[in-house]
Write a protein that binds this ligand. Structure first.
Ligand code: FAD
Length: 456
C-alpha cells in the first residue's frame, strides 16, 4: 500500500480547521500551520479582547455535517437561534421584530473562539499535526512539490515539503501572495469606507432574566450612515458592533463625545452598555477596517495549490456569510475530490465551478449594508418585503425571498439566488405596473362616465 498523500494547510482559522478535518477524513496526511500561539495556552482574558460572535446559517451547517455529523450536532447545542431582526428606533422606546424565515427558520449566534476551539479539539483527537507559531513566510515549488517555509517563535526558519498545499490564511493571505509570484492570478482589494468597533453588553443582573434584550433576535439600531448591531452570547451578554464611516468616528474627539453621540442615536443601547464601559471602549477598543478581496483563479495551473475562505474572497460582514461561504468552499471542494481520482483535477475544476457564486455573495454582502442600515425602516421596502413574504407563503418553494435563499437554502447556489431574485423582482414590478395601470384606467373610466351623465 502506498503512503497517503501529504497536504499542508496554512491558517488554522475556522475554514482551515474545517478543511484539515475534511482532508484527514478522506485519508490524506494533513499538517496545519498557524501563525498564532495555541489558543489552549493563551490567557482567556486576552483572547476575549477580540472575540466576535458569528451567525452560522444553513450553508455553514451543511458543510459541518458533510465533514462530521456529530460536530454539527455539537455546534448546534451551543448556538443561540435568532429568528429575526429586532429594529430599535431612535427614541430607544420602540422595538420591532422582522422575522427572517417564511417558516420560523433561524440563523444562529455562536462564539467564534468557541467554534475554533472545538474544531481544533477535533483535529487533536484525529492526530492531525498542528504547528502553532509557525508563520508562512515563503512558498516555493508552488505547482510541483509545494514547499512551505515558516518562521517559528524562536525566529527559526523551517521547511516542509508536501504533495499539495491549501491556503486558508485569511484576507491578508501570505499564501495567496506567494502563489501570485508564480502564476497569473488576478487580484483586487478594495477598502470600504467603514470602521467597526466591538462593544459589550453585560448579562442582565437578574439571573432569572439573564438577557437584558431578547436573545433570539439580531438587534439592529439602523441609522442610515451608521448602525449598531448586537448578537447574544450564551452567558447572557451580547457582543455589539458599531459600524460607521471613518470620518464619523474620527470626528468624535473624546470618550465624553462618544457617550453623547450614543445618547442621541442609541439611547437604549447606552443604557445597556453603560456610560463608563462605553468611555473605556472608546479609549481602548480596536477599530477594524473592512475590505473586499477577490482573486482568480483560486488554484495553481497544475492543481497543486489552492486558496479557500477569506484568502480567496474576503467580503464585508453584512450578510453574515463570510465563514458560511468559506465552509461551503470546503464542501464544494470535497465533493469535487469525491468525483475525481486525484486532488489536482479537483483543484483545477474548483475555480470555474465556484467563481460565479463567490462573486455573487461578495456583491450581496455589500448591498446588504443598505438593507440593514436604512431599508429596514423604509415603508416602501417594508411593503415590498411583506409582498415578497406573502408570495413566498402562498407559492411554497416557487417563490423564495432572497434572504431565505441565501441563509436557509443551502441547495441554491449564491449566483442562482440572484437570478431567481431578479426574475421575481421583474414579476413584482409587472404586478405593480398592472395594478397602477388598472387604477388609472378605472379612474379614467369613472371620469368619462360622470362626463357622459352630465351631458345626458
Ligand atoms: P481567518 O478567520 O482570518 O483565519 C485565518 C487564519 O490564518 C488565522 O488564524 C491567522 O492567524 C492565520 N494566518 C494568517 N497569516 C498566516 C501565515 N502567514 N502563516 C500561518 N498562519 C497565518 N461570517 C459569517 O459567516 N457570519 C457572521 O456573522 C460574520 N460576522 C462577521 C463580523 C465581523 C465584524 C467580521 C470582520 C467578519 C464576520 N464574518 C462573518 C466573516 C468571518 O469572520 C470570516 O469570513 C471568517 O473568519 C474567515 O475564516 P478564514 O479561516 O478563511 O480566515
Amino acid at each position: 500500500m502506498s503512503a497517503p498523500e501529504a497536504i499542508g494547510i496554512v491558517g488554522a482559522g475556522l475554514v482551515g480547521c474545517l478543511a484539515a478535518l475534511a482532508f484527514a477524513a478522506k485519508g490524506y496526511e494533513v499538517t496545519l500551520f498557524e501563525a498564532r500561539p495555541d489558543p489552549a495556552t493563551v490567557d482567556a482574558g486576552q483572547r476575549n479582547l477580540r472575540s466576535i460572535n458569528l451567525a452560522v446559517s444553513n450553508r455553514g451547517l451543511r458543510a459541518l455535517k458533510y465533514v462530521d455529523e456529530d460536530l454539527a450536532t455539537l455546534v448546534l447545542e451551543h448556538v443561540i437561534p435568532m429568528k429575526g431582526r429586532m429594529i430599535h428606533d431612535i427614541t430607544g422606546l420602540k422595538q420591532e421584530s422582522q422575522l427572517y424565515g417564511l417558516n420560523g427558520e433561524c440563523i444562529n449566534s455562536i462564539d467564534r473562539s468557541f467554534l475554533n476551539d472545538i474544531l481544533l479539539d477535533e483535529l487533536k483527537k484525529r492526530n492531525v499535526k498542528v504547528h502553532f507559531q509557525h508563520k508562512l513566510v515563503r512558498m516555493t515549488n508552488v505547482d510541483a512539490k509545494p514547499t512551505l517555509e515558516t518562521i517559528n517563535a524562536a525566529g527559526e526558519i523551517e521547511k516542509y515539503v508536501f504533495d499539495y498545499a491549501v491556503g486558508s490564511d485569511g484576507a491578508h493571505s501570505q499564501f495567496r501572495y506567494q502563489m501570485q509570484k508564480h502564476m497569473r492570478m488576478n487580484f483586487t482589494q478594495e477598502y470600504i469606507d467603514m470602521q467597526y468597533m466591538e462593544l459589550y453588553i453585560p448579562p442582565d443582573p437578574n439571573p432569572q432574566t439573564k438577557f437584558s434584550i431578547d436573545p433570539n433576535h439580531l438587534h439592529i439600531w439602523p441609522r442610515h450612515d451608521f448602525m449598531l448591531i448586537a448578537l447574544a452570547n450564551g452567558d447572557g451578554s451580547f457582543t455589539s458592533t458599531f459600524f460607521s464611516p471613518w470620518s464619523l468616528i474620527e470626528s468624535i474627539k473624546s470618550s465624553k463625545e462618544f457617550v453623547e453621540f450614543f445618547r442621541r442615536n442609541f439611547p437604549d443601547a447606552l443604557g445597556l452598555i453603560g456610560e463608563q464601559a462605553l468611555k473605556e471602549a472608546y479609549e481602548s477598543n480596536p477599530r477594524g477596517s473592512l475590505m473586499q478581496v477577490s482573486a482568480y483563479p483560486y488554484n495553481s495551473p497544475k492543481g497543486k495549490t489552492i486558496i479557500i475562505g477569506d484568502a480567496a474572497h474576503s467580503m464585508v460582514p453584512f450578510y453574515g456569510q463570510g465563514m458560511n461561504c468559506g465552509f461551503e468552499d470546503v464542501r464544494v471542494l470535497m465533493e469535487l475530490v469525491d468525483t475525481h481520482k486525484g486532488l489536482s483535477q479537483a483543484f483545477i475544476e474548483y475555480s470555474p465551478a465556484r467563481k460565479a457564486d463567490l462573486d455573487a455573495i461578495c456583491k450581496l454582502a455589500l448591498a446588504n449594508y443598505h438593507e440593514m442600515s436604512s431599508n429596514v425602516t423604509n415603508v416602501w421596502y417594508l411593503a415590498k418585503k411583506k409582498l415578497d413574504y406573502t408570495l413566498g407563503k402562498w407559492f411554497k418553494n416557487k417563490w423564495l425571498p432572497l434572504y431565505t435563499m441565501v441563509s436557509f437554502r443551502d441547495d441554491i447556489p449564491y449566483s442562482r439566488a440572484i437570478e431567481i431574485e431578479q426574475s421575481q423582482a421583474r414579476t413584482v414590478s409587472n404586478l405593480q405596473i398592472g395594478i397602477f395601470t388598472s387604477i388609472v384606467l378605472y379612474g379614467v373610466f369613472q371620469v368619462v362616465r360622470s362626463y357622459d351623465k352630465i351631458r345626458s
